[in-house]
Design a binder for this molecule. Structure first.
Ligand code: BZD
Length: 839
């Protein structure tokens, strides 16, 4: 760290800095001066990007006032702090969100208009910060919003990937292709602050030696190897209705070796910059797999780089308060967002024992009082396991520490369950495979004081399945549930202005924005005819906005009065987009059979899909190909009277979600029971008055309990029946649903894309037959079609539909990220808000 300068004069002058003013004249001045001075542009040399940048700078100046106030308040109050360690933050755009949180959007709109531009145009210039795959990364972003809004002293830590999740292009043949997302382009990112004074060294490889420390004790020491530098970038996170402002600190890898002059002088220019490039590669790209672990060496290095830099920073800040190590757990809580940051556990143990000279047991006591672990999946293929030889090479000392953690754990375990060797093998952090593997989820359980699942069913499943053996030792209290939540700021207030205004006008205040339970007061209007009319009109506006987007970007015409049926999420077999498109084919073939008279009874549907497949996930990519192929056929078939349209929205991301989510009549959340830990888009759709067609899985269950079972379409095998059905299929084959059989025949007969294309779908169809229908598509198909019929029937009854839609929104108070974040603070972090003025 740099030598810190003390300047009394600066402190004094700071008092004289006037807060920014939010009248239109002041805002205009600020935008113009940023255009001229920050960007060095002028009226002869302007484009939308430049005006966006200038506007963003003007807004960020205001955000920084709050950021500085917050740091000062926390510094003075010195509360316990919480750090949310996540390899992903799927933030999306910042400008619109900041304008809303600071409550200056109208003033900016007018200012920008006076200068000759449209604010909505400028907002579109911003690239999404897409540093995440899906639900896990978006959850982290929602929790940072809530923590900032509630004035919790909570910081996020993450990685500053130069390439976020790839941009998805659907090519002319209807396949997904991937293009790198170079979001940190030459325009610069006004929403981050490079902290060139905050840098740490991170070590890799090398060997372990024994050393005698100052106290004359023998200690292990990690020596040699490579070093890479981590540099901090801060991303301010606005809170709503507070002068507090949160922060996410992202690490970027820089080389310590600037330049190899020897190679340069030899004329070997490639070599002279190679080390630098190698080091910087560490934080180049986000791994694009969700719920699938590939075990790549670079990923392990990313995880350690992240954990090492974050812990050094946390410890540096702690030491600044001159507290003793034993107070560390009273001052610091660290939440591990899935197992990705789990190396923090052996890393803190290493720092305390090897470097700080604590005894093992004292160190371990501190470690296990600091960390808590959130599990997001029970899918076996998603659980992180690292090969022991690989860890030994890259992190030799950590490997030893993990062995010791495991040994001491098993010793205690063995005292209680003496002769059960099978059990000891099953709970071992080391899996005795060839090569051996480190089970990161087990390490996270053993090194944390609390483990939580993300919805009630999921938290039960981790207790009864994934971690059932650990309960025998720890008891059930260590394992708790905190059902996920979403931020109402981005997902209603910002994304759905028409509904926001209607709700605020009806409830008579904006209190609901920070107290989402207030929405329950909408219930009394559920049957009010004039309110229903306004409600229906809001939905129609939002559907029209999406229809316009589809027309402009995809040149497909859809009728906003049709039923909008939406499934947008990562493409995964367990999420069953395949089942959805199979039912669409069933619907299509049915329409073909109907007479003109019968067709009058039908509800026109627009079925909308969106979502990315992991680039290496062959079956998921085939699902996309099937959907786009069906869309081609259906949308060009004039004989079905526009009763069905199928739309694939390419490159689904946070910004698109803000347009899509408010526009659903029905959204689908149809995972095989027991596979979707929670789901969070289900919450977003229902909050915006969309009904759900879903399975008895994840948070769907709690949504049903909150809004009432008469307001949700649920179907399908229950989770406790899934294993039996799979077992039965293995030995007796898959009983094929007759309607499903018809659909599969149609595909195989070349009705979609001809015979050549049909053969492409062979492996996809085989997932339903050969070796069993693992995700139970056939088993659930009949119930699924029945549920669709009920949706069609109800949609004709506009009044009842409107009533249910209102009751959906009214019942969603529980799913606020504010409630979830408070639960983390109370049940896990033991964290109180700091004191700061309200706005
Ligand atoms: O986490 C998701 C679950 O699948 C959802 O059910 C749940 O709602 C959310 C939030 O709790 N998990 C992920 O999104 N997981 C990943 O994206 C991921 C990323 C890298 C490695 C493994 C998983």
């Amino acid at each position: 760290h740099h030598v810190q300068l003390q300047s009394e004069a600066l402190k004094e002058w700071k008092q004289h800095i006037e807060p920014k003013k939010n009248d239109i004249e002041s805002i205009k001045k600020d935008i113009v001066s940023h255009t001229l001075e920050t960007l060095c542009r002028n009226p002869y040399n302007l484009d939308k990007m430049a005006v966006y940048q200038a506007t963003a700078h003007a807004v960020r100046d205001r955000l920084l006032e709050d950021w500085n106030l917050t740091q000062e308040a926390i510094h003075q109050q010195n509360p316990k702090r919480c750090y949310y360690l996540s390899m992903e933050f799927l933030i999306g755009r910042a400008l619109d969100n900041a304008l809303h949180c600071l409550e200056v959007k109208d003033a900016y709109k007018q200012s920008v208009k006076d200068l000759g531009f449209s604010l909505e145009d400028l907002l579109e210039q911003e690239r999404d910060a897409a540093l995440g795959n899906g639900g896990l990364g978006r959850l982290a972003a929602c929790y940072m919003d809530a923590a900032a809004t509630l004035d919790y002293p909570t910081w996020g830590y993450g990685l500053r990937y130069q390439y976020g999740i790839f941009k998805q292009i659907i090519n002319n043949e209807g396949y997904q292709t991937e293009v790198p997302d170079y979001w940190l382009n030459a325009d610069g990112n006004p929403w981050e602050f490079p902290r060139s004074d905050i840098k740490y060294e991170v070590q890799f490889y090398g060997y372990v030696a024994t050393k005698v420390n100052e106290k004359g004790e023998s200690r292990m020491s990690w020596e040699g190897g490579d070093k890479v530098q981590a540099m901090a970038y801060d991303v301010p996170i606005p809170g709503y209705d507070t002068k507090g402002c949160g922060n996410i600190r992202l690490w970027s890898a820089k080389s310590l070796k600037t330049f190899d002059f020897a190679s340069f002088n030899d004329g070997d220019y490639d070599r002279s910059v190679a080390d630098q490039k190698n080091a910087e590669n560490l934080t180049s790209v986000l791994y694009p797999n969700d719920n699938h672990n590939v075990g790549k060496e670079l990923r392990l290095k990313q995880e350690y780089f992240f954990v090492s830099a974050s812990l050094q920073d946390i410890i540096y800040r702690f030491k600044h308060t001159n507290a003793a190590w034993k107070e560390f757990p009273d001052k610091v809580a660290v939440q591990l967002n899935d197992t990705h940051p789990t190396l923090a556990i052996p890393e803190l143990q290493r720092i305390l024992v090897d470097i700080e000279g604590l005894e093992w047991d004292d160190a371990w006591d501190i470690v296990t009082r600091v960390f808590a672990f959130t599990n997001h999946t029970v899918l076996p293929e998603a659980l992180e396991c690292w090969s022991v030889p690989m860890m030994e090479k890259i992190l030799p000392r950590h490997m030893q520490i993990v062995y010791d953690i495991n040994l001491f754990f098993l010793q205690k375990f063995e005292k209680v369950f003496q002769n059960d060797r099978g059990l000891l093998n099953r709970v071992s952090i080391i899996e005795e495979s060839n090569p051996q593997q480190v089970r990161m989820a087990y390490l996270a359980v053993v090194g944390s004081h609390t483990v939580n699942g993300v919805a009630a069913l999921h938290s039960e499943l981790i207790k009864t399945e994934l971690f059932s053996e650990f309960i025998k030792y720890y008891g059930p209290e260590k394992f708790i549930n905190i059902t996920n939540g979403i931020t109402p700021r981005r997902w209603l207030y910002q994304a759905n202005p028409a509904l926001r205004e209607l709700i605020t006008e009806t409830l008579g205040s904006k209190k609901w924005v920070t107290h989402l339970d207030e929405l329950k007061n909408l219930k009394k209007y559920a049957e009010d005819k004039s309110f229903q009319k306004k409600w229906i009109d809001v939905k129609l506006q939002n559907k029209t906005r999406l229809a316009d987007w589809i027309k402009t970007h995809l040149d497909i015409s859809v009728d906003p009065h049709a039923l909008f049926d939406i499934q947008v999420k990562r493409i995964h077999e367990y999420k069953r987009q395949f089942m959805n498109i199979l039912s669409v084919i069933y619907r299509y073939k049915n329409i073909q059979l109907l007479s003109a008279e019968e067709r009058k009874e039908l509800t026109p549907r627009v079925v909308i899909f969106g979502g990315k497949s992991a680039p290496g996930y062959y079956i998921a990519k085939m699902v996309i190909k099937l959907i786009t192929t069906v869309a081609q056929v259906v949308n060009n078939d004039d004989s079905i009277d526009n009763l069905l349209k199928v739309v694939y929205i390419p490159d689904y991301n946070v910004s698109l979600a803000e347009i899509i989510v408010p526009a659903s009549d029905i959204s689908q959340h149809i995972s095989t029971a027991g596979t979707e830990a929670s789901g969070t888009s289900n919450m977003k759709f229902v909050l915006n008055g969309g009904l759900i067609l879903g399975t008895v899985d994840g948070a769907n269950i709690e949504i049903r309990d909150e809004i009432g079972e008469e307001n949700i379409f649920m179907f399908g095998t229950l989770s406790d029946k899934v294993a039996d059905i799979r077992h039965h299929q293995k030995y007796h084959g898959v009983p094929m649903d007759p309607n499903l059989q018809v659909v599969l025949h149609a595909i195989q007969a070349g009705e979609f894309g001809g015979f050549e294309t049909a053969s492409v779908f062979g492996p996809l169809i085989n997932t339903l037959t050969y070796g069993g229908d693992y995700y139970l598509i056939s088993a659930d198909f009949e119930q699924y079609l029945d549920a669709h019929d009920k949706v069609d029937a109800l949609f004709k009854d506009k009044t009842t539909w409107a009533k249910k839609s209102i009751l959906c929104t009214a019942g969603m108070g529980f799913f606020s990220a504010d409630r979830a974040t408070r639960e983390y603070a109370d049940k896990i972090w033991n964290l109180k808000p700091f004191t700061i003025e309200k706005k």
